[in-house]
Design a protein around this ligand. Structure first.
Ligand SMILES: [Mg+2]
Length: 291
C-alpha cells in the first residue's frame, strides 16, 4: 500500500549527448559558418590553438572572439538567424535522424504500459544557436551549449555562455535535479530521492577527451557512458577510455537499427527500464516488507 498522495517519480530515462563527433562527424562551425567567413576550418582552428597557447586563454573564449573578429573584419552578418540557417546544413552520422523516434518507441515497448519515459539532452561546447537550427533540434528536451550575446542590431559581441569540458558536468546535475532553467541556481541541496532523473537512469554519449569529466561523473554515480568514434577512425582513443574504466563500451558512431551501438544501447536500456520497474514495485510495498 502506498502512502496517500505519494507517487514514484524517478521514472524518466535520460540519454545525454555531446554533439560534435558524437552525433555529427565534424565540428559544427565547419558547416557554413567558417566557409561563410572566408576561412578554411583547418586554418581557423590552427590559429585558435596558437592563440590559446600564447595567451594562455580558454580555447572556447578564443574561438568565439575570433569568430566575432572575422565577422567584423569581413563585414559578414552573423546574427542568430544566420547561425540557425547554417545549423540546418549540419550533417549527422548514419541513423541519427530516426534514432530518437526508434529509441522512444523501444522504451515504450519495454515499459509495457508502465509510466516510463525517455528524454534526450544535448550538452555541447558548440553553439546553441546552430544546434537549435539543425534538423534534429526538436528531439531534445533541452540543449545546453555555448551562446553569444548580441548587440541591438543582432550582431554577436561577447560570449554569453561557455560550456567547457568540466563545466559540462554542471548541466548533468541540472538534468539530474530537473533544474533546466540556467537562471536558477543548481547548488541548493536536494536529497537524492527527490532528484528528477537519478544518474543510474542516464546514458552519456561522447567521443573523446572533452567528455571525460562528464563520463566520470555519470559512471561514478551508477550511470552509463558510451564512447563513439568515426567509422574506421579513432578507436584507440575509445579503447583508452574503456581501459581507464571511464566508459562502459565504445562503438562506431552508427546509429542505424541493428548496429553494434543500437544493440548495446538497447541492452543498457533494458537494464535501466527493468530497474525502474523494480523500484516502482518496491515503492508500492508497505514499509514492513513483502506481502
Ligand atoms: Mg565531441
Amino acid at each position: 500500500m502506498k502512502e496517500a498522495g505519494v507517487e514514484f517519480k524517478q521514472n524518466i530515462v535520460a540519454l545525454v549527448y555531446d554533439f560534435d563527433g558524437t552525433l555529427s562527424p565534424e565540428a559544427m562551425q565547419h558547416y557554413g559558418v567558417l566557409p561563410n567567413l572566408g576561412i578554411e576550418p583547418s586554418n581557423f582552428w590552427a590559429e585558435v590553438k596558437a592563440k590559446r597557447k600564447s595567451e594562455k586563454a580558454e580555447e572556447l573564449l578564443v574561438y568565439m572572439r575570433e569568430m566575432i573578429k572575422l565577422a567584423d573584419q569581413k563585414d559578414v552578418k552573423l546574427g542568430r538567424d544566420d547561425f540557425a540557417s547554417h545549423g540546418a546544413s549540419i550533417e549527422f552520422f548514419e541513423g541519427v535522424r530516426d534514432w530518437f523516434q526508434r529509441i522512444n518507441e523501444f522504451v515504450k515497448g519495454l515499459a509495457g504500459g508502465a509510466e516510463i519515459e525517455v528524454e534526450h539532452y544535448i550538452i555541447s561546447a558548440g553553439l546553441k544557436e546552430m544546434i537549435e537550427g539543425c534538423d534534429i533540434a526538436s528531439e531534445f528536451t533541452e540543449i545546453f551549449a555555448c551562446e553569444f550575446l548580441y548587440d541591438k542590431s543582432g550582431h554577436p559581441i561577447w560570449p554569453a555562455r561557455i560550456i567547457s569540458d568540466t563545466s559540462k558536468t554542471q548541466y548533468l546535475f541540472r538534468i539530474n535535479k530537473g533544474v533546466l532553467d540556467v537562471n536558477e541556481s543548481i547548488n541548493s541541496h536536494m536529497p537524492t530521492s527527490e532528484r528528477r532523473i537519478p544518474f543510474d537512469n542516464m546514458v552519456y554519449f561522447g567521443d573523446g577527451e572533452t567528455d571525460v569529466p562528464s563520463m566520470a561523473v555519470v559512471m561514478a554515480q551508477g550511470g552509463h557512458a558510451v564512447a563513439v568514434h568515426k567509422p574506421n577512425e579513432g578507436a584507440e582513443k575509445c579503447l583508452a577510455l574503456r581501459q581507464a574504466g571511464r566508459i562502459d563500451y565504445f562503438c562506431e558512431a552508427d546509429y542505424r537499427e541493428g548496429s553494434d551501438l543500437d544493440r548495446l544501447v538497447k541492452d543498457t536500456l533494458r537494464v535501466i527500464v527493468s530497474r525502474i520497474a523494480l523500484r516502482m514495485r518496491i515503492f508500492d510495498l508497505p514499509p514492513k516488507g513483502c506481502n
